[in-house]
Each structure stands twice: as structure tokens, then as C-alpha cells.
Ligand binder design. Structure first.
Ligand code: ADP
Ligand code: MG
Length: 331
């Protein structure tokens, strides 16, 4: 181990070096920062896609353009923000016209769908290092507007709240395993999984519809358990989660339970929303069928600390599942 290099986790690293109080309405620790500007409150978020970490070399550039913006819009969705505009930073090993054409097409298609304008950015060449081609790095900063009175972050969950999720989980992580040649599934399922990985749908309309209903929310980028863990930590509450109720594709029925749990609970890259709400609002939430996205109640918030994963018969599942952490050993 190099001197001075310790086993700090991604979140310990951020907490230790990059979490000084900012004086802003909401700083480090939520899906978006919140900045009051006159009568408006802006939600700001940034996310990077790095070749070799977030996508495999040779990935379809049109899908990358879509995904680079989608993961940022997903953070705006979690905060209940209406997308407004974004900035694009690119580091590229070379100016490949066909790549750029496809990338910009994918990006603009999603941007137009959400009336979210590209308003600036930065472009630089990724240098060769030790003779090797530099990686493609794509970073987008997205800006949206939130309802100041009804803002929800990760910290509003209270004992007695229901835990809900949108959509279903695990297919994007399964797609990564398929692409790496670690396993395979029948063709129609394979295609559906690859789509989930390459072209996630940010739940922007749902995020807006939940303003005033959800008491807290987060989007799932690193895995269901880990991202729910961020809500629990910031809200100072515990949770029980009902494994049998966690929505997943029937493709998972072919896999043994341990593998299912790995993909569905800790896989990541789902870009669905987890949110909490009061039981009195169940009917209002069920009525929300926004864009055909299913909403499922998968657990309950309690007092105290910790996350208990329960099986259909109420027994505790001892899961040692790790969400994605950029600095965890072995990643
Ligand atoms: P998300 O998955 O929602 O994009 P992350 O897990 O990447 O969020 O980050 C967790 C929190 O830490 C966020 O509030 C993010 O803004 C903040 N954060 C991440 N990296 C840094 C950094 N280098 N400096 C300051 N804040 C950071
Ligand atoms: Mg997020």
C-alpha cells in the first residue's frame, strides 16, 4: 500500500474532506445542492461517466449521450426538481466525428424530451499516459427548479412512513454481468436488461408528482440497499424491507436466490426512485400512475437505526450485500 493511502470508503472520503458547511440551503449529502436565488430555488447536481468505470470501452456513443444526461436528470427527479439546463464537460482521446455525432444525438434527444437546454461546458483532450490512450470522461452538471416550500431531500423520513419504489430492480446490473460474459439469459430478457443498463429512464415526471407527497427520496445509482441506507442515515431512522415485495423482472426467477439478491438489492444503475410517504397518502400515491411506471410498497420506516431485510415468512435474511463504492477494496 502506498504511504498515506488508506482504505477510506467513497462516502468517508467525501465526509472527511469535502463536507465543510457551505451556508447554502442544502449542500453535500443530498442528490442535489439547493441554492436560493431571489424567489427561486435551484437544484444543482453533477455526475461523471468515466470509461472503464461507468462504461466499457467501445460502448455505443448514442447510448452514452443519453445516459450521461439521464443520470443527472435522475438526481433532479429525486429532489423533485423541474429540469432547466445543463453543462457538459468532455475529455476525449481524439475528436472522432462519428462518435461525437452519435453522442450528441443521444444527449439532445433526452434533453429535448425534458426541455432541458445545453448552455455550456468544457472540452479537452485526454492525454496519452505511458503510451496508453486516455479514457473518455463525460461530466454533466444539471440545474433544475424546486418548490421551496415542499422540498424533500434524503432526511425527511419518519417512523411509520411507508417505503416505496418505482419500476423494478436488478436488470442493469444483470446486463453488466452479461456483457462481461459472466452469465447469460434468454434473448428477449437479455435485450431488456441491456436497454436498462444503456438507456435508463430518469423518473422526472414521477419526481415532480411526488412533491408534497414523498417525505424523502433518493434515486438508485449504487444499489437499493445502499441508497436506502443513505435515507436512513440522514433521517436518523431504521427500516424493514420485504424481500418478496421488491419488484424485479421474471428473468430473475431463473437465478438462485443469492444471485437474485445480489443483482436486485445491491446491483445499482437502476435509476429508479426510492421514497417514503405517510400511510395516509397510500391511495394518492397508487393513483399516480405516471408514465406507466409501477409503484410498489416494499417496507416500513421505524425508529432507531439499521435495516432489516425480511423474507416472505417474516424471518430475517442475513444479507452481506455491498453497494457500489468507488474506493471499497476490490473495486
Ligand atoms: P449521487 O449518487 O446521488 O450522484 P453521490 O453518491 O455521488 O450522489 O454523492 C453523495 C453526496 O456527496 C452528494 O451530495 C454529492 O454532491 C456529494 N459529493 C460527491 N463527491 C463530492 C466531492 N468531490 N465534493 C463535494 N461533494 C461531493
Ligand atoms: Mg442520486
Amino acid at each position: 500500500m502506498t504511504a498515506g493511502v488508506t482504505a477510506l470508503s467513497e462516502f468517508a472520503l467525501i465526509a472527511r474532506f469535502f463536507s465543510r458547511p457551505s451556508g447554502e440551503r442544502q449542500g453535500v449529502g443530498d442528490d442535489c445542492a439547493l441554492i436560493d436565488v431571489g424567489a427561486q430555488t435551484l437544484a444543482i447536481t453533477t455526475d461523471m461517466l468515466l470509461e472503464g468505470v461507468h462504461f466499457l470501452s467501445g460502448a455505443d456513443p448514442e447510448a452514452l449521450g443519453h445516459k450521461a444526461l439521464a443520470v443527472n436528470l435522475s438526481d433532479l427527479a429525486a429532489a423533485g426538481a423541474r429540469p432547466r439546463c445543463f453543462l457538459l464537460d468532455l475529455a476525449l482521446p481524439q475528436a472522432d466525428e462519428a462518435w461525437l455525432e452519435a453522442f450528441s444525438r443521444g444527449m439532445y434527444a433526452l434533453a429535448e424530451e425534458h426541455a432541458c437546454a445545453l448552455v455550456g461546458g468544457d472540452t479537452t483532450r485526454a492525454p496519452r499516459i505511458n503510451g496508453a490512450r486516455g479514457p473518455v470522461a463525460i461530466s454533466i452538471t444539471a440545474i433544475g427548479a424546486v418548490d421551496r416550500e415542499h422540498y424533500r431531500g434524503r432526511s425527511g423520513a419518519a417512523a411509520g412512513d411507508d417505503i416505496w419504489v418505482s419500476g423494478r430492480f436488478g436488470e442493469a446490473a444483470l446486463a453488466l454481468a452479461i456483457r462481461r460474459g459472466q452469465l447469460d439469459v434468454p434473448a428477449p430478457y437479455r435485450e431488456a436488461c441491456l436497454q436498462r443498463m444503456d438507456r435508463p429512464t430518469p423518473r422526472v415526471a414521477l419526481g415532480l408528482a411526488l412533491v408534497g407527497l414523498a417525505t424523502s427520496a433518493i434515486d438508485v445509482s449504487d444499489g437499493l440497499l445502499g441508497d436506502l441506507g443513505h435515507i436512513l442515515e440522514r433521517s436518523g431512522v431504521s427500516a424493514e424491507l420485504w424481500w418478496q415485495d421488491v419488484p424485479r423482472s421474471e428473468v430473475f426467477l431463473q437465478l438462485d436466490v443469492a444471485l437474485q439478491q445480489k443483482f436486485v438489492l445491491a446491483g445499482g444503475d437502476d435509476y429508479e426512485l426510492i421514497f417514503t410517504a405517510r400511510p395516509a397518502d397510500r391511495d394518492a400515491i397508487r393513483a399516480l400512475a405516471v408514465g406507466g411506471v409501477g409503484l410498489t410498497r416494499i417496507g416500513r420506516i421505524g425508529s432507531g437505526q439499521g435495516l432489516r431485510l425480511l423474507d416472505g415468512d417474516g424471518s430475517i435474511i442475513e444479507a452481506t450485500l455491498q453497494s457500489f463504492d468507488h474506493f471499497a477494496s476490490g473495486t
